[in-house]
Write a protein that binds this ligand. Structure first.
Ligand code: SF4
Length: 400
């Protein structure tokens, strides 16, 4: 059974249609990881609104489509909690609490505020929300108390900020008053047998330095599924003779695959260069036929260099190794034309699309199921974040 101390989060911004860069860049990996970690697929609509508050977007329709496509990519909603930022009210409270201890300089350092505004190209977007965007991200990662964040390296600064905030919060509030008394109350919640065992292991570790006993005690706590997150962390701190840890310091689980778009740049919804998971033969042909190839290959008789060809980057994702070797040979010896090479790619893209639709597509056409999946998953997400919020409120003495 996967325990909640092994939690992973992937933050997805709903900036348009789900496309193959999401699939190869993250979802394919999450599909495997969801069986090792308690996984959260977090759709960050508030973060998206913050970067573009002016656009009129039907978020409900967009997000339902994204959820549908995530399932089509093999994300199993009974295994991964697929949830929406704006539907988890507790996150707003966590955002408030951590904003109280986050120095302004940390936010200014994470992103160059002016650069972001220039990039977005809306001068009227000099908003408080934009400056606080990294904090929204941190609220999500810390709110779920994730140990791992599946993310591009370019977001490493956001994760570092989350780690710093967690460290600062733990430092400021970790010395809770009446810690020992509260630790014994938490021990009682383990039930009679487990409490006795925990206390024996605690004594063995603290008096004799028995590290195996420490490991066993931690395992016992991890396995105590009825114990709230706050109690668990308090008892780990009690075992290690430390002050209490309220927030985990998350680590980056880097995503390495970058997918090239139909214009040769990296695929991005804002660049209108995407391939979706619902292409028809015609729509796909329209996109791939116009794709740039090796610019030095002007005539059919010119040998090509796959390393300089964006089409080849897609072949590496879609085409079998054996076929890639044949194509590489044909390209470099000018025995295949780019148009034939592109047709092979088109067919391979359609083949994968069909495979996904056959394997995972059944639920995707059922609107009621998608709505229910979203509602149920958001409820589960709220429960997790609520646990964290309770523990943070306790730390700052908001125990009314
Ligand atoms: Fe690119 Fe294929 Fe043309 Fe070679 S044959 S340049 S790999 S499109």
């Amino acid at each position: 059974m996967i325990n909640d101390s092994n939690r992973l989060i992937y933050v997805m911004r709903p900036d348009g249609e789900l496309n193959i860069s999401h699939y190869f860049g993250a979802l394919q990996e999450l599909r495997e990881l969801q069986y090792q970690y308690q996984s959260i697929l977090f759709i960050a609509d508030v973060q998206q609104l913050t970067t573009n508050p002016i656009a009129k977007i039907d978020y409900q329709e967009r997000i339902e489509n994204i959820v549908r496509d995530c399932i089509l990519c093999g994300i199993d909603p009974s295994q991964t909690i697929i949830c929406i930022e704006s539907q988890i009210a507790e996150l707003a409270e966590i955002h408030q609490l951590i904003s109280a201890i986050t120095p302004l300089g940390w936010l200014e350092r994470v992103q160059n505020y002016k650069e972001v505004i220039d990039e977005i190209d809306h001068t009227e977007l000099s908003t408080f929300g934009l400056l606080g965007l990294p904090l929204l991200y941190s609220a999500a990662v810390l709110g779920f108390n994730a140990m791992q964040v599946l993310e591009d390296n370019e977001y490493i600064a956001y994760i570092e900020l989350s780690r710093e905030i967690a460290r600062r919060f733990n430092h400021l509030y970790g010395r809770e008053s009446g810690f020992e008394e509260k630790a014994y109350q938490s021990i009682n919640k383990l039930g009679e047998k487990k409490s006795d065992l925990y206390l024996k292991l605690l004594t063995k570790f603290q008096q004799d330095g028995d590290e195996e006993a420490e490991e066993q005690a931690k395992f016992l706590l991890e396995d105590a599924h009825n114990l709230a997150f706050g109690d668990k962390n308090r008892l780990i701190a009690f075992l290690e003779n430390k002050s209490r840890v309220y927030l985990n310091e998350p680590k980056l689980l880097p995503l390495e695959t970058k997918v090239v778009g139909t214009d040769g740049e990296y695929m991005n919804n804002t660049l209108d260069n995407i391939i979706t998971l619902h292409e028809t033969k015609e729509s796909l042909n329209g996109k791939i036929r116009l794709m740039p190839s090796d610019p030095a290959r002007v005539r059919l008789t010119d040998p090509g260099n796959p390393k300089l060809c964006p089409v080849w980057q897609l072949h590496k994702l879609y085409t079998s190794e054996q076929k890639q070797n044949q194509l590489k040979q044909s390209c470099t010896s000018a025995t295949i034309g780019c148009s034939d090479c592109k047709q092979i790619l088109e067919q391979n893209i359609l083949n994968l699309q069909h495979t996904l639709h056959d394997k995972y597509g059944e639920i995707c056409n059922d609107n009621i199921s998608i709505k229910k999946i979203i509602a149920d998953n958001c409820e589960s997400a709220s429960k997790i974040v609520c646990d964290t919020l309770e523990s943070l409120k306790e730390a700052v003495c908001f125990t009314y």
